[in-house]
Design a protein around this ligand. Structure first.
Ligand SMILES: [Zn+2]
Length: 562
């Protein structure tokens, strides 16, 4: 019944992540995008209180006016035309997005079918005559270009669209839906059309949110994309809470209910969001987490000020807010740093295991910098980063297998590591060691649960430890043992991790400085070929010897006969 879904599944599991990650957001682009989306959130949360700002905190009105433009809410003189144009544009962009996927899927099918035919019919000229599709060079180039454009648009649609248009769509679409449904009893054809389009845009927007949540993840310890999410269920909960907050506030704003209710909803949801984001940072990049946490703390501070001073005491709070803003920034920053350095017990069942490992890796990089500083400095710096300190010393103290363990290679003098570079290598190896123990200790039947840790481990081997051969071995093992038991999303991630490892592997082979490994790899790859060549040469040589022997015997018998 679902036979037709198989090629789509194959397309998804083998191609999707590559298309999705065509380009990565660098630091400056990420910074710009997160600032835009955070100011949009600010506008959506705070603009319902414009009249209160007008009375009690006039400077904030200027902020609201500025962020109104960023949120693309341009209905200045209550004309509907802007929101309608905006929603039409968004629908066009969303449909184009789907069309690009369909186009790429079709191209993929054509490619697969061609590969199959190439296997069946040789030689190539014969196949082309049979099918009657001889592509000229120009046609091939135009197809490749079109594929490139589609892939680029999809990456744009998934990686940038969210930060520019996601919140404005929610706000403007909900406003449109609610005003059309409540204010007009008899809708004309145009209004019905607008209503349908708005619903469509809203639903597609929510769909793209879930798509993003599932795929905007990166399993590498090395930063590639600065806005990719750290993988854990709590980060999903966090972003869902933000989504709920935006939707509820947008609905309540249009229902014109009492502002106290709105303030209560804002406060409670913001507290929840802040609590989760301290404990489970959303992004892999620290700076982005800091911006997110600080801006949410700021929104909470403003909302509380409105609550207490405007609604409660009917007092002007313009000056107070100017003092509070830097204070809140500083306090939230301190809390963030404190939370980051909080000691966590290392347990392989800990849900935060991957985060803890990544944190230790980052701390190691930061504490030791790139170039040499004296070991004494590390001694003073380490106690600040308690996780790093605890993890590094615990192993050395409690290691049972003194001679066989990796740590024996990192000999110490007077309880200090010989060089800081040695310490860095030791930490890298220690993280690998803990990952190996974790993966060994877990129940094999429970593969779904620890697949993510496996991905982190494999990419760690390939990108940080720089052992693509071992990573390659691990990914093959994973595919052989667990692949069929994984869900479709994890299968897709497995394939994409495999591609990344393969890239590193090939790069290593091409790297001429690693001559030994290069020799070994090719020996494995070309084993059969070499055996056959050797056999051929051996037979040639044997035949030559045979002819030579025959000739000599003939010559000798000729001489003796004469
Ligand atoms: Zn050891």
């Amino acid at each position: 019944m679902f036979k037709c879904l198989i090629p789509i599944k194959l397309f998804y599991s083998s191609q999707f992540y590559q298309i999705y990650n065509k380009f990565s957001r660098n630091k400056s682009l990420s910074l710009l995008l997160i600032l835009i989306s955070q100011s949009q959130i600010y506008y959506i949360i705070c603009h319902p209180f414009n009249n209160l700002f007008n009375m009690y905190a006039r400077p904030l009105i200027l902020f609201n006016k500025f962020f109104q433009n960023i949120n693309l809410d341009l209905n200045y003189d209550d004309t509907q035309i802007w929101s309608e144009i905006f929603l039409f544009l968004m629908l066009a962009m969303q449909l184009l997005y789907i069309l690009c996927f369909v186009h790429l899927y079709c191209c993929y099918r054509v490619k697969v079918q061609k590969q199959l035919q190439r296997k069946h019919y040789e030689p190539i000229q014969y196949r082309e005559q049979q099918l009657g599709i001889p592509f000229t060079q120009k046609e091939i180039y135009s197809i490749i270009n079109l594929i490139g454009v589609s892939e680029f648009y999809i990456t744009f649609g998934t990686k940038i669209f969210k930060y520019l248009f996601h919140y404005p769509i929610i706000q403007l679409a909900l406003r449109k839906i609610l005003t059309l449904q409540f204010q007009y009893t008899n809708l004309n054809t145009y209004q019905i059309l607008v209503l349908i389009i708005t619903y469509l845009v809203f639903i597609l927007n929510i769909f793209s949110y879930f798509l993003n949540e599932a795929h905007d993840v990166q399993f590498s310890f090395k930063k590639i994309d600065y806005l990719s999410r750290f993988y854990s269920n709590m980060t999903k909960v966090q972003s869902l809470k933000i989504e709920i907050l935006i939707i509820i506030v947008s609905i309540l704003d249009n229902l014109e209910i009492d502002q106290i209710a709105l303030l209560l909803v804002d406060t409670s949801l913001l507290i929840l969001i802040i609590a989760i984001s301290y404990r489970h940072p959303y992004y892999q990049e620290k700076l982005m987490n800091k911006i997110q946490i600080q801006s949410f703390s700021l929104y909470l501070c403003i909302i509380l000020c409105i609550f207490i001073f405007a609604e409660g005491l009917n007092q002007d709070f313009s000056e107070l807010i100017l003092i509070l803003i830097p204070l809140v920034f500083q306090i939230s920053n301190l809390m963030f740093v404190q939370q980051e350095n909080k000691t966590e017990t290392l347990s392989y069942k800990n849900r935060n295991f991957d985060y803890l490992m990544m944190n230790i890796y980052k701390q190691c990089e930061e504490a030791l910098g790139r170039n040499g500083i004296l070991l004494n400095d590390i001694k003073y710096r380490l106690p600040k980063n308690l996780n790093l300190y605890a993890l590094s010393t615990n192993h050395i103290i409690s290691c049972q297998n003194v001679n066989g363990c990796f740590c024996s290679g990192y000999k110490k003098q007077n309880d200090h590591f010989i060089t800081r570079q040695q310490f860095k290598y030791y930490i890298k190896e220690l993280i690998r060691f803990h990952y190996e123990l974790k993966l060994l200790s877990l129940n094999k039947n429970n593969s779904q649960k620890y697949a993510k840790s496996y991905f982190y481990y494999i990419l760690y081997l390939s990108k940080v430890i720089k052992k693509p051969t071992k990573a390659f071995h691990e990914i093959i093992k994973l595919k052989n043992n667990m692949y069929t038991g994984l869900n479709l999303l994890d299968q897709m991630f497995t394939n994409s991790v495999e591609l990344l490892v393969k890239d590193d592997f090939l790069r290593m082979i091409e790297n001429k400085s690693i001559t030994n490994q290069k020799y070994d790899c090719f020996k494995v790859f070309n084993y059969n070929k070499s055996i056959n060549e050797w056999k051929e040469q051996f037979w040639c040589f044997a035949i030559k010897v045979k002819i030579m022997v025959c000739d000599t015997i003939k010559q000798e018998s000729y001489i003796t006969n004469n």
